[in-house]
Write a protein that binds this ligand. Structure first.
Ligand SMILES: Cc1cc2nc3c(=O)[nH]c(=O)nc-3n(C[C@H](O)[C@H](O)[C@H](O)COP(=O)(O)OP(=O)(O)OC[C@H]3O[C@@H](n4cnc5c(N)ncnc54)[C@H](O)[C@@H]3O)c2cc1C
Length: 445
C-alpha cells in the first residue's frame, strides 16, 4: 500500500484514476484547478467541452456501474434518460432511418451531470480528497517522480506523493514537465480533423418523442461537407441538440446559422428545432482541431512514480463519443497493472505497454473513419483502404438489416472488436443486405 497517490485533474479520467488508486494508497489527493467543492451540475471552466453533447458508450456505462454499483439507477433517479443506443436512439443516414436493434443499457444526460455523479461517488471513498490548485510541474529525486509543484493552492506550494497520475486532459503540459526533470517527451501521433460543434438546449415535455424514437443521430454522408446532428433528451426536461461540421463548414454561434443547418438536415424530425420558441440559452460552440495521442510506451526512459490516463494519453475525435469510455478502459488497465504487484516507484513501462492496444483499437476506429474526409491530414492508420471498403458496405447494409445495425453499434460501443465485421458469415450477410432495396419506411419523420 502506498502512502499517497496524487492525481492531477479532477475530470472524468481523474475521477476514474482516483477510484483505482484508492485501492492501492492510504490517501489519494485530486489536484484540480477548478474548485470542485463548488462545482455543481453546470459546465465548469476547466472542462469547456462540457457544454456539448456527451454520449456515454454502453461499454463505458458498464464499467462505471462495475466501479460504482448502483450509479446507473442514481443517474436515472436524478433525471437522466434511459436510452438503448440501438432502439431509443434512432440513427439516420442521409435522412433514411436504420432499423432499430437493441444493444444494451445506455444513459442520456449532460456531461457535467454525469461528472457530478461520478465525483460524488469518488469523494465518498475513504482517503480521497480534492485540493484546489493548479499543478505547475513534477518534482523528482534520483529518476523518480516524488511530487508536484502547485500554484493557487491555499497553503501548499508542493505536494509529495509516491506516484503522480497525469489526468489534465488534452492540453496537458506533461511534455514540458517531463523535460524539466530530465526525461524526453513521448512521441505523438496526430490527425487534423478540424471539427466544430454548436449546441443549444430546448425545453422538453416528459412524454415528448423525436420521430419514432427518444433521441436522434443524423449523419450526412456527403463527404465533402460532412455534417451531423445529435438530439438527446437530458436531465432537467431538456433536449440538447448538437450540430457538427468540419473545416470550412464548422457551425458558428449565430442562432440563424444554427437554425438554418437544422432546417436543412436530411432528417425531417430535426426541422422543428430550427424555429422552436422554447430554446434555452445561447448557441455554444467548440472547436476541436486535432486528435492526438502520446505514446508513452515508446519513451526511451520514463521516470518512476509517474502514470497518465485519459485525454492526456489520447484525445479522439469527439464525434464517435469514445473519450470517457476510453478513460474507463484505461483505468481498468491501470487497476490490473497495480493489482499485478507493480511497484509504483518503478517506471511504469509495462503499464503504458498494456495501454497501447487499448488505445490503439479506439484510435483506429475513429481515425480510419476521419480519413474518409478529404480535408483530414496527419498520421494515417494502417489498412485504411480495406477499412473504408468495409465501412461503406456496412453503411448500406445496416440501413437494410437490423441485426447488422446491432452488430455495427456494438462495435461503435466498444462491446465487440471491429474484426467481427469482417468475419465471413457477417460479410456475406452484409453483401446480400446491401443489394436489397431500401425498406419503404422512414425518411426521418
Ligand atoms: C467537444 C467534445 C465533445 C466530446 N464528446 C464526447 C462524447 O460524446 N463522449 C465521450 O465519451 N467523450 C466525449 N468527449 C471527450 C471527453 O470530454 C473526455 O474524453 C473526457 O472528459 C475525459 O477527459 P479527461 O478527464 O482526460 O480530461 P478533461 O475532461 O479535459 O479534464 C481535464 C481536467 O484537468 C484539469 N486541469 C488541467 N490542467 C490542470 C492543472 N495544471 N492543474 C490542475 N488541474 C488541471 C481541468 O480543469 C479538468 O478538470 C468530448 C470532447 C470534446 C472536446
Amino acid at each position: 500500500m502506498m502512502d499517497r497517490a496524487v492525481v492531477l485533474g479532477g475530470s472524468v479520467a481523474g475521477l476514474l484514476a482516483a477510484r483505482v488508486m484508492a485501492d492501492h494508497a492510504s490517501e489519494v489527493v485530486i489536484v484540480e484547478r477548478d474548485d470542485l467543492a463548488g462545482a455543481g451540475v453546470a459546465p465548469r471552466r476547466g472542462v469547456p467541452q462540457g457544454h456539448q453533447v456527451h454520449g456515454l458508450l454502453v461499454r463505458g456505462l458498464m464499467y462505471f456501474e462495475a466501479q460504482f454499483p448502483g450509479i446507473t439507477q442514481e443517474l436515472y433517479d436524478d433525471g437522466a434518460e434511459v436510452a438503448d443506443p440501438g432502439t431509443d436512439l434512432r440513427w439516420y443516414i442521409d435522412g433514411v432511418a436504420k432499423p432499430p436493434s437493441p444493444v444494451g443499457t445506455g444513459v442520456a444526460c449532460t456531461r457535467p451531470f454525469l461528472e457530478a455523479h461520478l465525483r460524488r461517488r469518488v469523494m465518498a471513498l475513504p482517503g480521497v480528497r480534492a485540493l484546489h490548485g493548479r499543478a505547475e510541474g513534477l518534482t523528482a529525486t534520483a529518476g523518480r517522480v516524488d511530487g508536484v509543484t502547485l500554484s493557487g493552492a491555499a497553503d501548499e506550494a508542493h505536494l509529495g506523493g509516491d506516484v503522480v497520475v497525469d489526468c489534465t486532459g488534452r492540453s496537458s503540459r506533461i511534455d514540458d514537465w517531463l523535460a524539466a526533470i530530465g526525461f524526453d517527451a513521448p512521441p505523438r501521433r496526430s490527425v487534423q480533423v478540424e471539427l466544430g460543434y454548436a449546441s443549444r438546449f430546448f425545453a422538453r415535455s416528459p412524454a415528448e418523442r423525436l420521430g419514432d424514437g427518444r433521441a436522434i443521430m443524423s449523419i450526412d454522408e456527403n463527404l465533402d461537407r460532412a455534417r451531423g446532428v445529435a438530439a438527446f433528451p437530458v436531465e432537467g426536461g431538456r433536449w440538447l441538440v448538437t450540430i457538427g461540421g468540419y473545416h470550412h463548414d464548422r457551425p458558428s454561434s449565430d442562432p440563424a446559422d444554427y437554425g438554418a443547418r437544422l432546417a436543412a438536415d436530411p432528417c425531417v424530425a430535426l426541422h422543428q428545432f430550427a424555429d422552436r420558441d422554447d430554446a434555452i440559452g445561447d448557441v455554444i460552440t467548440f472547436r476541436y482541431p486535432t486528435s492526438m495521442r502520446r505514446e508513452f510506451d515508446r519513451c526511451r526512459q520514463l521516470p518512476g512514480g509517474f502514470l497518465a490516463l485519459g485525454d492526456s494519453v489520447a484525445s479522439f475525435d469527439p464525434i464517435y463519443g469514445q473519450g470517457m469510455t476510453s478513460a474507463a478502459l484505461q483505468s481498468a488497465t491501470l487497476g490490473d497493472y497495480l493489482a499485478s504487484g507493480a511497484s509504483p516507484h518503478e517506471p511504469a513501462t509495462r503499464y503504458f505497454r498494456r495501454l497501447r492496444p487499448v488505445v490503439n483499437s479506439v484510435w483506429k476506429l475513429s481515425t480510419s473513419a476521419d480519413f474518409r474526409l478529404p480535408h483530414v491530414t496527419g498520421d494515417r492508420p494502417p489498412g485504411l483502404w480495406a477499412t473504408h471498403r468495409l465501412n461503406a458496405l456496412y453503411t448500406k447494409a445496416t440501413l437494410r438489416d437490423a441485426d447488422l445495425h446491432g452488430l455495427f453499434l456494438r462495435v461503435l460501443n466498444l462491446q465487440v472488436r471491429p474484426e467481427v465485421m469482417a468475419r465471413p458469415d457477417n460479410l456475406v450477410r452484409a453483401v446480400l443486405a446491401a443489394r436489397r432495396p431500401l425498406p419503404a419506411a422512414s425518411s426521418g419523420r
